[in-house]
Design a binder for this molecule. Structure first.
Ligand SMILES: [Zn+2]
Ligand SMILES: [Zn+2]
Length: 667
């Protein structure tokens, strides 16, 4: 039986090939250079092995290292397999489970051999060595299709209970693939690179070991997870390690301590103790945001922390979100010595996990007409969400947080204009805060969703149009669409900012919502005299103060612009003769609204300089006998390359005052 398939290439040309032909054959037919560079293939959009034959007429794109995202994903998955084989070679009796690619590498979960105990970091160099040997051996990774019982029997014979259990649970109609590397086999969906030799033995590093549970369930056996970072070449790995080192230097927890900004302790898991210095930054940021929202036509409101469970039932949170809510009984506790403090049948209340329902309740007060819209309700809303202790991270991931939240209630015909205005406001705020580099993404309808295709078409198009009208649907904003990543009930815009060391953080969002206003009975009277449900835009620019301040700390590495710096200047004396003058300098600056400290200690000036640099104080004002006589100060900006400059007292005050103006007030 000879059957031909038509294979269409990206340049539009079509090749007729026989059944059994593979993408690797086509790469070889095009030229030896491509045959060598090809890593995998996209066949009708699906990433596949080079050696997997075509099954129908197909569109083919060959993947090379230039397709970096795909190439990295493939390499990381290969590294995971090599890691698993290495661990089994070195430690016979080790069972394999799962090993996916991650954002910067890979991991693999193992059940260590009985009696051995979990893997430790001491094991890593040996495993790395074995991995390098396996990579250098350049063994082909071959896909084989097996039937499920054969797979189970194979793993049972190997003493591998986890894989044997897993394969029997795969859907009946699924083709089961095993990947063979020489003698070694793993149950895996693939795809993979053609052979282990395509990996660079110097482009990976095993980084750490942690505990994990089989299938993520703590009632199941405990496994050892080995993490690694993996790249296409040594240069990429080294750049990544430098980034990690730079990130460690900027760690907000470390800088938070050096600058006395905040602390965390286990008595309040996931809630931040803001110290005076940290809260100054918070207050500056909040005041700035308040001014921007006021002038953009928002009304600031404040809503209750605790609301009755019935309210959360009505909003739908009680059903879907209850496990993330802190629930409180609505009852006077029993003061008697005997008996439980609370009865079992108390009414329940919950701390708000979000502000939206409360804003709808405000909207519902009084009849609204179409002429009243849009109504923009803003709140620096303090919310609580019950996150597991293990998921918390410094002030970046917390349980009590304050959002720069707002909800815009508008008519359908106002969605585009309100979204455009939001894009402009966000852009201006990000630039003011030092993040000119950010990406805008439109998250499109997910597979499981609420609402008709017609509604989705319009909602997606409205958001697209708004970003275009704002002039930001361009490569400068890395404008792009994310298929399938929208929320259950609507599409959303995401704003991802890039920090000083190239990391990206999603902070801003705008999400359309047709559902919650209807659910909670919000309406306005239209031009036709009928009741209509308003559309609600949930939007945030910073996200939460806690996380955004964490990002700001790491972005600036503690060297804040003057308007945000907790202490803006320190006056340090060289000799005690200058004490009175130092006090006078500090008083003049304080009278001009600057945050200033004096350091009159009997210490060497170099010691004082070092200490204030560590606290990241932007300006050190050094005064000695001569400065006191001439009414000058020696101005010394923070930083190793800083040059000292002598300035008259009056000029100094004017200069720092101007520099300390928040960006919106300086315009
Ligand atoms: Zn695999
Ligand atoms: Zn909301």
């Amino acid at each position: 039986m000879s059957e031909m398939f038509a294979i269409k290439l990206p340049d539009g040309s079509v090749r007729e090939v026989e059944r059994g032909t593979t993408p690797a054959d086509i790469a070889a037919a095009i030229g030896p250079g491509l045959a060598k560079a090809a890593l995998a293939a996209r066949v009708n959009g699906e990433l596949r092995d080079l050696a997997r034959p075509f099954e129908e007429d197909s569109e083919l794109a060959l993947i090379t290292a230039r397709d970096e995202a795909d190439a990295l994903e493939l390499a990381r998955h290969d590294y995971a397999h090599v890691l698993a084989e290495a661990a089994q070679n070195l430690f016979p009796g080790t069972q394999i489970t799962f090993g996916p690619a991650t954002e910067d590498g890979f991991y693999y979960d193992f059940a260590p051999p009985p009696g051995r105990g979990p893997f430790t970091e001491e094991d890593l160099p040996l495993i790395e060595e074995e991995m390098r040997r396996l990579i250098r051996a350049d063994t082909p990774l071959v896909r084989e299709e097996w039937d499920r019982e054969k797979v189970r029997d194979f793993f049972v014979a190997q003493g591998e209970s986890f894989k044997a259990e897993w394969v029997m649970e795969l859907p009946e109609d699924e083709t089961i693939s095993m990947y063979r590397t020489g003698e070694w086999l793993d149950l895996c969906r693939g795809p993979h690179l053609p052979s282990t030799g395509r990996l660079d033995p110097d482009a990976f590093k095993l980084t750490r070991v942690s505990g994990a549970y089989w299938r993520g369930d703590q009632n199941n056996p405990q496994l050892s997870r080995i993490y690694g970072t993996g790249w296409l070449n040594k240069k990429q790995l080294e750049a990544h390690l430098v980034r990690l080192e730079e990130a460690a230097k900027r760690d907000h927890r470390k800088i938070g301590q050096e600058m006395d900004l905040f602390h965390l302790q286990s008595e309040a898991h996931g809630s931040v103790f803001w110290h005076a210095n940290g809260y100054i930054i918070w207050r500056q940021l909040e005041a700035y945001m308040r001014r921007r929202l006021d002038s953009a036509g928002y009304q600031e409101v404040k809503t209750p922390q605790l609301m009755d469970a019935r309210q959360w039932e009505a909003s739908g949170h009680w059903g879907k979100y209850r496990e993330n809510m802190f629930v409180v009984p609505d009852e006077i506790p029993n003061a008697e010595e005997e008996g439980p403090i609370l009865s079992g049948d108390a009414d329940l209340m919950a701390l708000k996990p979000m502000n939206c329902p409360a804003h709808i309740l405000i909207f519902r007060q009084g009849i609204k007409s179409y002429r009243d819209l849009p109504i923009r309700l803003a709140e620096f809303g303090c919310c609580h969400r019950n996150e597991p202790h293990g998921a918390l991270h410094g002030i970046l991931r917390v349980r009590q947080f304050t959002q720069d939240d707002a909800h815009i209630f508008c008519r359908e015909d106002q969605i585009v204009e309100e979204t455009r205005r939001f894009c402009d406001l966000l852009d201006s705020i990000y630039r003011d805060l030092g993040f000119a580099d950010y990406a805008i993404k439109l998250a499109l309808r997910p597979e499981k969703r609420h609402g008709s295709d017609e509604t989705w078409d319009k909602a997606e198009q409205d958001l697209r149009d708004a970003v275009r009208l704002a002039g930001r649907a361009t490569p400068d904003y890395q404008w792009g669409e994310l298929p399938g990543e929208g929320a259950f009930y609507s599409p959303k815009l995401e704003f991802h900012l890039t920090d000083a060391i190239g990391r990206t953080w999603q902070c801003g969002t705008l999400q359309l919502d047709y559902v919650m206003p209807e659910r909670l009975g919000a309406f306005y009277i239209g031009e036709d005299g009928e009741k209509h449900v308003p559309v609600m835009l949930h939007r945030a620019i910073l996200g939460t103060f806690e996380r955004f301040l964490g990002i700001l700390i790491e972005h600036h590495a503690g060297r804040f612009p003057l308007w945000l710096a907790p202490v803006q200047a320190a006056v340090a004396t060289i000799v005690s003769d200058a004490d009175d003058y130092a006090r006078e300098v500090a008083a003049a600056l304080a009278a001009a609204g600057l945050r200033v400290e004096t350091d009159l200690r009997n210490e060497k000036i170099n010691y004082k300089v070092r200490e204030h640099s560590l606290a990241h104080i932007p300006y050190l004002l050094v005064v000695g006998k001569r400065e006191a006589e001439e009414r000058n100060v020696a101005l010394r900006p923070l930083g190793a390359d800083a040059r000292q400059e002598v300035v008259g007292l009056g000029a100094l005050v004017e200069r720092l005052k101007a520099e300390a103006l928040p960006p919106d007030l300086g315009r």
